[in-house]
Design a protein around this ligand. Structure first.
Ligand code: IMP
Length: 214
């Protein structure tokens, strides 16, 4: 049984559409979200922590909204910005911009304690090679203990372009009401339609295809 690690049941509903019936269940585990400018290392670190907690195969999902006219902000800080400013304020800030283009990105990190055969999707090895090259004392600056973490994590990425608009629609969660793709906000789409175009749907599609042979 695969554990989809999230506090958000909406994400699991999206994932269930891609995986065989009864093959996935939600693991309500709040892993440590490290500060990083990219989603990959956050998902990888979370997947290692969740795997050690669950002692079973886990899939961690890290996503964010990247606004072009704000140089990608809030990006990896999307959660914090949603909790502090709120989605409507993000729309108000974006409404002042000439460039309101934005993208949702999602990175899925899979860990089951084993290694991975080569495939186009990247594997995060906690920068093991760099840690080894630096020698047993590392660079002498302490650094992140996770840098030498040997548990490999397979990463799957998805992306969807759109633009920031005034809130519309009652469905979805998070930034869905202010993210428009192809004339509709994500909050105006049903799950099936959102999956067909969303960052998470695209990442899940890649994952499901690979996982079928795992
Ligand atoms: P996390 O990856 O669950 O921590 O999500 C980061 C932030 O992006 C949170 O504020 C989520 O509400 C938001 N977010 C993630 N995925 C989506 C989505 O599919 N639609 C809308 N907001 C999302």
């Amino acid at each position: 049984m695969l554990r989809y690690v999230t506090t958000n049941p909406g994400k699991v509903r999206e994932a269930e559409r891609y995986l065989p019936d009864g093959s996935v269940e939600r693991l309500d585990f709040d892993y440590t979200e490290i500060q990083a400018d990219e989603l990959g290392p956050i998902a990888a670190r979370g997947a290692r922590e969740a795997y050690r907690h669950a002692d079973a195969p886990v899939l961690v999902d890290d996503a964010g909204l990247f606004v072009e006219g704000l140089d990608g902000f809030p990006g990896p800080y999307s959660s914090y910005v949603e909790e502090t400013l709120g989605v409507e304020r993000v729309h108000e800030i974006a409404a002042e911009l000439d460039d309101r283009r934005a993208a949702f990105r999602c990175v899925l990190g899979y860990c089951d304690g084993d290694g991975f055969a080569a495939s186009p999707d990247p594997v995060d090895r906690g920068d093991r090679d760099a840690a080894a090259a630096a020698g047993p004392d590392g660079d002498g600056e302490g650094g992140d203990p996770d840098e030498s973490d040997p548990l490999p994590v397979k990463l799957f990425e998805g992306y969807v372009p759109g633009r920031i608009v005034a809130p519309r629609g009652d469905g979805g969660f998070g930034y869905d009401p202010i993210f428009e793709h192809d004339g509709e906000t994500f909050a105006e789409m049903d799950t099936e339609r959102k999956n067909a175009v969303s960052h998470r749907g695209r990442a899940l599609e890649k994952f499901a295809e690979w996982y079928a042979d795992r």
